[in-house]
Design a protein around this ligand. Structure first.
Ligand code: MTE
Ligand code: MO
Length: 321
């Protein structure tokens, strides 16, 4: 008899978990049979209270995504992928209190003139914050719409003054086993190899839609969403949007991102959202927005094709997936 053990790191499609999330509100109602208020009101109040504990940010609203229907703060902050804590979606929200987002320095390495590390608080004092509502599509088939607060990635990279040799930029999540319990297990026992690494081509990184989030829903980022700062690349699958960034490094060659290193057949460097290129184990044609039962069509480049398609015009997107 063959026992096929699924590798722990293997991402899977999330139908069941999504349904579980959907039913959570109803279970809450059953718990309090005498409740006069609807479960969603109670849940929203509970989560509003959690959100209240986070510091508010001053920011300028922008027209980005004003037409989109927001996911709730509860949805975006309790259904997470953050393997440094756990591979279970609901666990990072409960475990991420061990992450200490301040003080926090961001480093700049490689092909750049200015390699002085910057404290995040100093960064916030320099760069004006804006709010952008973006669609977010995980490679697993779920999606959400989040009001991020932050600044264009180009503004962060400009501080480092990349040289003309910089063709790619690498991002690395902090490695600190006192903050991230899964990093304690060592290379072979953890869910994935750490530190988590991601990368972009320089022209992708400088694109005006590429964003660094330091907050969401008007407040600083909850730890489980990648405090104190994380990447948001809305036209790419969620795994490109690396959390809790320790440093960036400018490179002459394409860096190997964590998921590509783990499974190059399933995950590439580009990871552009593409309904016409299926994942080897599931279709990417549709997605399920958090909290909803029905699937909707996935949009080319996650709906940002008008802005970003020109970055890839000479490329075979089936090959460079
Ligand atoms: N350091 C780090 N960054 C990460 C991940 C992770 O496990 N570790 N997961 C990625 C994946 S697969 C997704 S879908 C998003 C999830 O972001 P969210 O929890 O804010 O929804 O974070 C991405 N960034
Ligand atoms: Mo993801």
């Amino acid at each position: 008899m063959y026992i096929f053990k699924k590798p722990r790191w293997q991402l899977s499609q999330t139908e069941v978990t999504d349904e579980a999330l959907f039913h959570k509100r109803r279970d809450f109602l059953k718990l309090g049979a005498a409740a006069l208020v609807s479960s969603s009101v109670v849940m929203d109040t509970l989560w509003a209270a959690k959100n209240d504990l986070l510091s508010p940010l001053a920011f300028t609203p922008t027209p980005y995504g004003k037409e989109l229907e927001l996911s709730t703060f509860e949805q975006a902050s309790t259904y997470n992928n953050f393997y440094e804590f756990s591979t279970a979606k609901e666990k990072p929200a409960r475990m991420a209190h061990t992450l200490r987002p301040s003080p926090w320095e961001v480093g700049f390495h490689g092909e750049c003139e200015n390699t002085t590390p910057l404290e995040v608080s100093a960064l916030l004092a320099t760069l004006p914050l804006e709010e952008r509502i973006y669609r977010f599509r995980c490679v697993e088939g779920w999606s959400m719409v989040v009001p991020w607060i932050g600044f264009p990635l180009s503004a962060l990279l400009a501080i480092a003054k990349p040289t003309s040799k910089a063709k790619y930029v690498l991002f690395q999540t902090k490695y600190d086993p006192t903050m991230f319990p899964d990093q304690r297990k060592g290379m072979r026992q953890g869910a994935i190899p750490y530190p988590y690494v991601e990368g972009l081509r320089m022209d992708e990184a400088m694109h005006p839609l590429a964003f660094v989030a330091v907050g969401m829903y008007g407040k600083v980022l909850p730890n489980q969403n990648g405090a104190p700062l994380r990447l948001i690349v809305p036209w790419k699958y969620g795994f490109k949007s690396i959390k809790s960034i320790d440093h960036v490094a400018f490179a002459t060659t394409e860096p190997k991102n964590t998921w590509q290193a783990l499974n190059p057949r399933e995950y590439g460097f580009y990871a552009n959202v593409n309904p016409h290129v299926d994942h080897p184990r599931w279709s990417q044609a549709k997605e399920r927005k958090l909290g909803s039962f029905l699937k909707t069509e996935t949009l080319m480049f996650n709906g940002y094709g008008e802005e970003v398609a020109s970055l890839y015009k000479e490329m075979d997107l089936k090959r460079f997936f």
